[in-house]
Design a binder for this molecule. Structure first.
Ligand code: MN
Length: 249
């Protein structure tokens, strides 16, 4: 099953389809419109409409809605859920906002092995990214789809640098870094002189060059593969709280 957060018409979804469609039965369930930055939002206060088209099933909801609808409404039983290819990076703290990653996490919550793909660069490299996806998934011996590698209880978050395929240096297994954005809130003036705002700036300059961090790996031309889990429990802190002498009763 394929899903994304940029909407059914996004070239990234078409690129993902082109990468996998001759290797199995593919079903697309995607949002009607752009839903980047919606994270794991679900629609519970208005009705949802599902349309079947040549491109796939189109839902007027969020990425997570699409996965819930596919598994519980359409009763699909996919072997794998692939989300993307997102237009833009999902690195470091981006994963908390990402609809692409949330859709994959929703797959995992339902027991479906799920992978999120993002292109950390401009659209012109989508076909290069699709070739990378294809190699990661199917290159003998089926790199990511190998049972030893694909996590059953978590998502693989994969970011592909915006480069021609020949310039990509390889694959790195990474942990999440921290991504801070500069000029996150931009104020503009409308024709009447009133102020309005746009959220979203440019990522700040990278401090770390450690290749075990997703942001640095992509910055230096590597495909980054980060295993994620939805359990946000801070186990270290849990231990610290439990070891306190005075415990509230
Ligand atoms: Mn997106």
């Amino acid at each position: 099953m394929l899903v994304n957060d940029d909407g059914i018409a996004a070239p990234g979804l078409a690129a993902l389809r082109s990468a996998v469609q001759d290797r199995g039965e593919v079903t697309v369930v995607a949002p009607q419109q752009q839903h980047s930055g919606m994270s794991h939002a679900i629609t519970i206060h208005r009705p949802l409409r599902l349309r079947q088209t040549e491109q796939g099933h189109i839902l007027n909801g969020t990425p997570a809605d699409c996965v819930i609808m596919a598994l519980n409404g359409l009763r699909l039983k996919p072997d794998f859920l692939l989300s993307g290819i997102n237009h833009g990076a999902n690195l470091g703290s981006d994963v908390l906002y990402s609809g692409t990653v949330a859709a994959a996490l929703e797959g995992v919550l339902n027991g479906i092995p799920s992978i999120a793909f993002s292109l950390a660069g401009p659209e012109e490299y989508l076909s290069d990214a699709a070739e990378i996806v294809r190699e990661l998934l199917f290159q003998d011996p089926g790199f990511l789809l190998h049972p030893d590698l694909l996590p059953q209880a978590g998502v693989l978050n994969i970011n592909i640098p915006g480069l021609p395929k020949a310039e990509i240096k390889g694959v790195r297994f990474t942990r999440l870094g921290v991504r801070r954005y500069e000029s996150m809130v931009q104020m503009r003036r409308d024709p009447r002189g009133d102020s309005y705002y746009w959220l979203g700036g440019t990522p700040g300059t990278l401090k770390s060059k450690e290749l075990d961090i997703d942001i640095a790996a992509v910055d230096q031309g590597y495909v980054s593969v980060t295993p994620l889990q939805f359990d946000l429990t801070n186990y270290q802190e849990l231990e610290r709280l439990r070891s306190r002498k005075r415990v509230p009763t």
